[in-house]
Write a protein that binds this ligand. Structure first.
Ligand code: E4P
Length: 216
């Protein structure tokens, strides 16, 4: 499973990129708004840091408007992927954009049927939101299990990005289910790195080394 970072914060993106584990970035309107910066500038800056797919979301609700915004965003850099909400208008936009060779990430997926439709419309990626399903007492990971199975049944090449990831257990379960990608907030990446036995192990090695008065 590959990792994308789910943020519009360039400092977090730089930090995560230095770890060597990130192959893409996802943003959404809320994440961009949190930064209080110009949208296009933020996307340009992200594209200068990460050499991989960068999802930027459209705001229009009609397919013509989505297509216009998508063309503008796609012109920023070859790596830009257009995030389109899962609606009938969104599917029309995905169909048109895929014919133009513009990559799409269909977002706000909450059912396997939505994922299947998005894939058939030509989506490069689908983003099922596990955390928001958990929030309403519905098992988010069941959705991932279903989409993985359906896409396997029909050899569908659309990649599954597990989104709305809230903690390391979401990442572990997504990987066990065979999802292609998890888009993970910076905080969760840092949580995944940490283990108390690793910290205790480093501490003990240091103490033993010091006692023996050794040098490198
Ligand atoms: C990414 O593609 C999604 O927009 C994001 O993961 C949503 O996360 P949230 O449900 O924590 O806002």
């Amino acid at each position: 499973m590959k990792f994308f970072i789910d943020t519009a914060n360039v400092e977090e993106i730089k930090e995560a990129n230095d770890l060597g584990v990130i192959s893409g970035v996802t943003t959404n309107p809320s994440l961009v708004a949190k930064e209080g910066r110009d949208f296009i500038e933020v996307i340009k800056e992200i594209a200068s840091i990460i050499d991989g797919p960068i999802s930027a979301e459209v705001i229009s609700e009609d397919h013509q408007g989505m297509i216009q915004e998508a063309r503008k965003l796609a012109a920023i850099h070859n790596n830009i992927v257009i995030k389109i909400p899962m609606t009938a208008e969104g599917l029309k936009a995905v169909k048109a954009l895929s014919k133009e060779g513009i990559k799409t990430n269909v977002t706000l997926i909450f059912s396997a049927n939505q994922a299947l439709l998005a894939a058939r419309a030509g989506a490069t990626y689908v983003s099922p939101f596990v955390g928001r399903l958990d929030d309403i007492s519905t098992e988010g990971m069941q959705l991932i299990r279903d989409i993985v199975e359906i896409f396997k049944n029909y050899d569908i090449s659309t990649e599954i990005i597990v989104a709305s990831v809230r903690h390391p257990m979401h990442v572990l379960k997504a990987a066990k289910l065979g999802a292609h990608i998890a888009t993970v907030p910076y905080k969760v990446i840092m949580q995944m790195i940490k283990h108390p036995l690793t910290d205790a192990g480093i501490q003990r090695f240091k103490e033993d080394w010091k006692k023996a008065n050794l040098k490198i």
